[in-house]
Write a protein that binds this ligand. Sequence first.
Ligand SMILES: Nc1nc2c(c(=O)[nH]1)N[C@H]1C(S)=C(S)[C@@H](COP(=O)(O)OP(=O)(O)OC[C@H]3O[C@@H](n4cnc5c(=O)[nH]c(N)nc54)[C@H](O)[C@@H]3O)O[C@H]1N2
Ligand SMILES: Nc1nc2c(c(=O)[nH]1)N[C@H]1C(S)=C(S)[C@@H](COP(=O)(O)OP(=O)(O)OC[C@H]3O[C@@H](n4cnc5c(=O)[nH]c(N)nc54)[C@H](O)[C@@H]3O)O[C@H]1N2
Ligand SMILES: [Mo]
Length: 755
Amino acid sequence: MNGPPGGRPHSSHWGAFHAAHDADGLRVRPDPADPEPSPLLDNLPGFTRARVTRPHVRRGWLTGGPGPDTARGTDDFVPVDWAEVVPLLAGELDRVRTVHGNRAIFGGSYGWGSAGRFHHAQSQVHRFLNALGGYTRSVNTYSLGASRPLLRHVVGSDAPIAEPTTYPVLAEHTGLFVCFGGMPAKNAQVNAGGVSRHGAAGYLRAARARGARFVLVSPLRDDLADDLDAEWLAPEPGTDTALMLALAHVLLTEDRHDEGFLARHVTGFDAFRGYVLGHTDHVPKTPDWAAAICGIPAARIASLAREMAATRTMISLSWSLQRAHRGEQPLWAGVALAALLGQIGLPGGGFGHGYGATAGTGAGVLPYRLPTLPQGINPVPDFIPVARIADLLLNPGGRCDYDGQRLTYPDIRLVYWSGGNPFHHHQDLARLRRAFTRPDTVVVHEPYWTATARHADIVLPATTTLEREDIGGAKEDPVLIAMHRIAEPQGQARDDYAIFAALAAELGVAEEFTRGRTARQWLAHLYESWRAGLAPEHAPAEDFAAFWPAGRVPLRGRRERHTLYAAFRADPDAHPLPTPSGRIELFSRTIDSFGYDDCPGHPAWLPQDPPDPAFPLHLIANNPATRLHSQLDHGPHSAAAKIEGREPLRMHPADVAAFGLRPGEVIRVRSAVGSCLAAVVPSDGLRRGVVQLATGAWFDPSAPQAATCVHGNPNALTADVGTSRLAQGCTGQLARVTVERLTAPPPPVRAHGPA
Ligand SMILES: Nc1nc2c(c(=O)[nH]1)N[C@H]1C(S)=C(S)[C@@H](COP(=O)(O)OP(=O)(O)OC[C@H]3O[C@@H](n4cnc5c(=O)[nH]c(N)nc54)[C@H](O)[C@@H]3O)O[C@H]1N2
Ligand SMILES: Nc1nc2c(c(=O)[nH]1)N[C@H]1C(S)=C(S)[C@@H](COP(=O)(O)OP(=O)(O)OC[C@H]3O[C@@H](n4cnc5c(=O)[nH]c(N)nc54)[C@H](O)[C@@H]3O)O[C@H]1N2
Ligand SMILES: [Mo]
């Protein structure tokens, strides 16, 4: 028996656990050291369902060969053997790189895949494609598409994301949390790479017990835990920038801003002040002005600004704020507001970006890297901002503005996806379907018959982590976990590594890809070379032979008490920020020089599309409480929240009545882009006029006459446009919709069934 009784050690993005698998199914026991294990663990027993159990090739591709095909996504699949599919795919990869060049291969393959340092699907696919001569890649993420490019200009790096002030410091020092977009407990269940101790909620409770106050600024009340007794201010979605500018207006006109901090630590204050006071555009950003936009009373805006100036205040800016049209602005305005308060660099003050977004944000990070599979070198210079995938496929040779550059889209002939689900993560899925008809060949490695697998030509069955061995760890977590095999591979599923190794052998690059190592030898190699490179005070005493049966080793040196920008505050000349000015840039000459009207040189409230009476409701398409993205949507915990198999749409009871709907009824939600079905759940935890439909229900276009998606995937409704020309980030968080009753019984959901 390996590991403690009750199963073997393993890990996931939502928690560490022990598990055993036998004829009765999967039994999962959360890590005993975890103070608040995530109920997402309850989805794991779903891992045997909806599986791809052998390689499949789309019939039209098998008979007609590679080429654009509108049947992609509706055609049927032919099961084939590994011995047949490996040379077939190797031949196609070779054809594309020889005839069209490596830039014709899109290998960005964005997605979270699974926890585990070696079988990390992105590292595997990138390493493989680099061994073949490279690929067109993607930059940035759907999580933080606007943030990273913007923060590089404003504070010079992504330190607010990577190393925010840690929770123990907040729990001790913060007097007032003003949380734009909340700090949702549902999201802190998850951490990229894993989390063995869920601590965020406990630290916030400790702050509350000490007397800290919480103000939640969000259209949804459950974006902050009930036990924090928060005041709930529910703005119109997408209007936080106006609210922040009005808070700044109060600080400036009442002389509550910190002149000393602004003089020493900030550049561009004059430009920002002139804009806020209305000197440049004759529109003073007063509380009355903002109240008309965001719906929060002017008097409360004014009093909140005074409270913020009088207290040690943490301005918490959620990641969701920037996943929207012009999403750069609320983040930049939030930084500007914090700069005016002058508490940046003080314990518990300033701003944070992403508290509650993941378990790791604020937990403190290790000062060294974890074992990582090297990806090799990609000699192809072409890239896209990640959310421009449909544009790329639809417009070969087309142009795209991005962060001062003008990119040209390569002519993509082959798309390779492993560890991601674009038919989960991308917007306007009907348009993505059209985009996926354009390449010659689409290859997908998947454990499950996701919509992405169904839109491929070649589908290769991948193992889940439960069926293989790996090393689990994250830079915010205190242990490295030996992820033991829990179950045998389903059907003919193979590890991504084994699939790529077979293709590499066929293509003559086996040595480059595998270095002659088995998967187990790679684990030992990655562990030992990592351990050898660590400082003695950090290096684990255990060698691999001791680590593996022990199931875990401690990771030492995590910076648990850290204050963002403390050194910069103390001496901005000795510790300048990596911006052109060395200061926080409230006006950026660089951004200004790009001449983008959708992202000017300072934070601004940019004109919005006028409300369309045909789509009177704001849709919030946020990250789901009951699963990670689309993963294990067929698992018991996710399934339990559905109604008649449809995703729940939360709606204010007054809106339910106004639209003449019944609780639990399956209805159609429609936007200018498409429609989906969903089940009505009344809730007074939303602002009126706002509806909420989480992401992650598997896209099911099986009955196009009823709706673009009959299951409830909100990306059937969201628009495929970038945040701005600066960052081109994902804008999937918000959409304008309407709801309507069905005139016929809803068609069945087939998303989790066989292909
Ligand atoms: N409308 C809207 N859309 C959004 C968002 C939003 O707020 N609103 N949020 C966005 C955000 S922040 C993100 S990060 C994205 C998430 O988008 P994704 O990361 O693409 O979503 P996942 O469901 O995690 O997809 C991972 C896929 O990898 C597969 N997989 C798991 N392990 C392995 C493996 O070992 N090998 C292989 N080959 N496959 C594996 C899983 O089965 C799953 O299909 O979605 C974005 N989309
Ligand atoms: N359980 C679970 N946890 C997750 C994930 C998951 O899929 N499931 N995904 C993980 C990933 S990849 C990421 S990137 C993070 C995402 O972290 P976030 O992007 O912060 O998470 P979301 O849930 O999309 O949005 C948080 C909240 O923002 C609020 N909001 C939306 N629009 C506005 C607005 O205009 N103004 C204001 N003030 N508030 C608004 C919504 O009510 C929403 O619930 O979550 C991570 N954690
Ligand atoms: Mo994300």
